[in-house]
Write a new protein. Sequence first.
Length: 129
Amino acid sequence: MATRTREKAIARQEARDSRPHAKAKYIRISPYKVDALLALIRGKNYEEAVGILNNVNKASSEPVLKVLNSAAANAENNLNMNKETLYVAKAVVEQGPTLKRFRARAKGRAARILKRTSHISIVLDEIKA
């Protein structure tokens, strides 16, 4: 039986991050490829990060741009922040479940193919003037 559940729930609520954030789960692209792109936008302001993502020629730029725009929309609609004062405070990719597939090889053998998925999280924050 759980003890102090109400107190623990209140403590979790108070410790919860109040910064605007967005998360995309089960994106069918390798987390290694996404992390290379997130390193480019980490710490940049919102407008600059959007410009980088629009001009870089990577397959992972489209889902990362969607998550970034979603986080900015959350900041604007839910927390009444201005997009011009936002910067990328935290950009993280975690590995999701891996799809295992097989490819036929010579002499009746099979080789495993790992199709990796990603969970992309972006947290924005206001620039302190």
